[in-house]
Structure formats: structure tokens, C-alpha cells
Design a protein around this ligand. Structure first.
Ligand code: WQD
Length: 335
């Protein structure tokens, strides 16, 4: 079965291309390379033994989508293509709403027109905001977003829900990712933050590699055991495999209109300091870090309730955080 992976040259997208191929699907990549590099396709070829068909396109033009759907006989879509930098979204709201929401609407309308039924949508734990209780489950109320990026994910989920509620024949799953980290063990693909990383683990590995002078811990005065924020860090390959499980679930679903939401995390909360200490332990590299002020928009703690994904999708994370840090470090060192 041919699956279009929009944003398939990105961090999570490229690892999902690997998981799809290993599960017997044929992944077709659509990516405008605005936040990824052509070298990712070379990395995928070295892992897969074949070069995935790749279109350097975005999802804004229905005619482009129609042509790809037809020519590649697409039967399902995994939609990663979106801007994802929380801070940047506050400076460029119109670009974020256009790309993350406008293009989603074009994609849905063109899927309906071309009778493509299956869609997996990238959502994020950011929709929970600062949760009142932990772990968060899929029933935990969504809170007003802290950022434009987070709002585009909430709006995206509402659009999917309303589309299916109208009886439009689409079968859709939204996956709420927690914090993806790590890289493929071959180090042929990994996280490629352009410029200054936004996320913690690439900051750690770049500091450990001497590319950055030091790491700043954004606040140690939170109401947590060691004062630093708590997150649910999941190996990117576990996250990738969750997409295959979700797609397989959709294919088995007989309803013509279907929408559901799943948390994709490990269910374990880990603090910034615990992650730093784990990195030093598994790599033997001592990290130069200092404590700085809190970063605006950070939530104190969020980690996933994972029962629904395990029960309905038959999926759970299997890789440890240590393994993810070893893989992230191998990817960094390879350079
Ligand atoms: C994790 C923790 C920081 C960098 C964001 C998005 C989320 C998803 C993942 C897209 C926080 C601390 C970080 C640093 C630090 N993105 N930190 N020093 O903010 O949980 O989630 O990325 O889907 O939607 O919101 O991830 O890795 O930026 O931060 O102390 O140099 O590490 O304060 O507590 P976050 P993160």
C-alpha cells in the first residue's frame, strides 16, 4: 500500500518512512525541504536499500496533490508537514496559520475529492497546556494554547473532528506526540535542527560535542522534585512505529467516517536534570551547564497516560531513554 508522508524528510517523518517500509508499506515523500535537507534522502536510501520516491512540494496546491495522489496511487497519508518552532510561531503567526491550518484544509478537501480515506495527523501534547492532573489522558481537557504553534494543533484537531462529524468519508487519527528524542541506530538519519536548536536534546549533544559553549537549564525553581521541568521523552523510532500501528488500525476500521485521538509517549516523566545526568552517564561525557531563568511558555510537567494507545492500537514504547540518548549522541558525533 502506497502511503504519502508529507514532511517525510523531517525528523519524525524520516524515521516514520523507515518504519513504514519495514512494515511492508511503500512510503512516498512529499517535502518542501524548508526545514530538512536533501541528505536525509541519502540516509534513508542507505537504511532501506532503495531511494524513496520524493516530491519537493508543499501541500498548498490542490492540483499538485491531485497529480501525486493519482500518479503514486496513494491510499493513505501521514501528515507531518508543518512549522513547529514554538517561539518562531509568535513572531510569524500568519505563516504558521497558513502552513499548519490552511494547507491541512487543502489536503483534506483534496483527499475527499480523490477518495483517499486514511489520514494520520501530527498533533502534540502542547494542546494540554499546563495540566491540572498527571498523567494526561486523551480525556484531559485541552487548554487555551500558550503559543500560535500550539493553537494550530488545537485548530487542526477541531477541523478533523468537525469534518468526520459531518459524515465526510475520511478515517482519521490524531497522534499527540510528547517529546521525541534520539536517532536511527545507524546514525544515517537523526534530528537536524537548523541554526540554534529549540529542543533540549540537540542542545545537549551540540554542547557535549563542543559546538556550543554551554547549556542553560531554563529554571530550577519549579514545583518539581529537583526544581526542573518534567517531560515525557520518547525514542523517535517508537514514535515512528506508533504511526504504523495507527495506520493499521485505520485500515481495519470498517466505519467510513472515523476520528480518534491517541497520546504517543512513554508514560514516564523525566526532569531536565535527570536527562542531563542520564546523558553524562550513558556517554561518559561531562556537560557544561548553568542554571538560567525560566523560559516563557514552558509548562512545569507533562507526561502521557498511555493505556488507550496500548489497548486500541496495540502499541507501546519499548526503547529506553538511555538508548535514545546513546543514539542521539552517535548521530551528533557522526556529524
Ligand atoms: C524540554 C525541556 C525546557 C532547551 C516543544 C514543543 C512541543 C514539541 C517538542 C513540536 C523544557 C528545557 C530546553 C534548553 C532547557 N514540539 N530546556 N534548556 O518545550 O517540552 O516541547 O518541543 O511538536 O510541541 O512545545 O521541548 O526540548 O524545548 O524543552 O532547560 O536549552 O527542556 O525548559 O523544560 P518542549 P524542549
Amino acid at each position: 500500500m502506497n502511503i504519502l508522508v508529507t514532511g517525510g524528510a523531517g525528523f519524525i517523518g524520516s524515521h516514520t518512512v523507515v518504519a513504514l517500509a519495514e512494515a511492508g508499506f511503500t512510503p512516498i515523500i512529499l517535502d518542501d525541504f524548508s526545514n530538512s535537507e536533501a541528505g536525509v534522502i541519502d540516509g534513508l536510501e542507505s537504511i532501506l536499500g532503495f531511494r524513496p520516491v520524493t516530491y519537493t512540494e508543499n501541500c498548498h496546491n490542490p492540483e499538485t496533490l491531485r497529480r501525486i495522489f493519482r500518479d503514486e496511487k496513494i491510499q493513505g497519508i501521514i501528515h507531518f508537514a508543518a512549522f513547529k518552532a514554538v517561539g518562531e510561531s509568535m513572531q510569524k503567526p500568519l505563516e504558521y496559520y497558513d502552513n499548519n491550518v490552511g494547507a491541512l484544509i487543502v489536503l483534506l478537501k483534496t483527499m475527499q475529492e480523490c477518495h483517499i480515506p486514511h489520514l494520520i495527523f501530527s498533533s502534540s501534547c502542547t494542546v494540554y497546556g499546563e495540566p491540572d492532573a498527571l498523567p494526561v489522558t486523551e480525556k484531559t481537557p485541552v487548554k487555551p494554547a500558550f503559543s500560535v504553534y500550539g493553537n494550530t494543533k488545537q485548530i487542526g484537531e477541531e477541523i478533523l473532528h468537525d469534518t468526520v462529524s459531518a459524515g465526510i468519508p475520511l478515517k482519521i487519527i490524531a497522534l499527540r506526540y510528547f517529546n521525541p528524542i534520539g536517532a536511527h541506530p545507524s546514525a544515517a538519519i537523526g534530528e537536524l535542527p537548523r541554526g540554534v536548536p529549540n529542543n533540549l536534546v540537540p542542545f545537549i549533544t551540540q554542547t557535549a560535542a563542543g559546538l556550543r559553549t554551554s547549556l542553560t537549564v531554563f529554571g530550577d525553581d519549579y514545583p518539581t522534585p529537583d526544581g526542573t521541568c518534567i517531560r515525557d521523552y520518547i525514542h523517535v523510532l517508537d514514535l515512528a512505529e506508533a504511526h504504523v500501528a495507527a495506520l493499521s488500525h485505520l485500515m481495519k476500521t470498517t466505519a467510513s467516517s472515523y476520528y480518534d485521538i491517541f497520546n504517543i509517549g512513554t508514560g514516564q516523566g523525566v526532569s531536565v536534570m535527570e536527562l542531563i545526568k542520564s546523558f553524562e552517564r550513558v556517554t561518559g561525557v561531562s556537560l557544561n551547564y548553568s542554571i538560567g531563568p525560566r523560559r516563557s511558555g514552558d509548562v512545569t510537567a507533562v507526561y502521557a497516560g498511555v493505556e488507550k494507545s496500548e489497548k486500541v492500537l496495540g502499541w507501546k514504547a519499548t526503547r529506553s531513554m538511555d538508548q535514545a540518548l546513546v543514539d542521539a549522541w552517535r548521530w551528533q558525533v557522526k556529524g
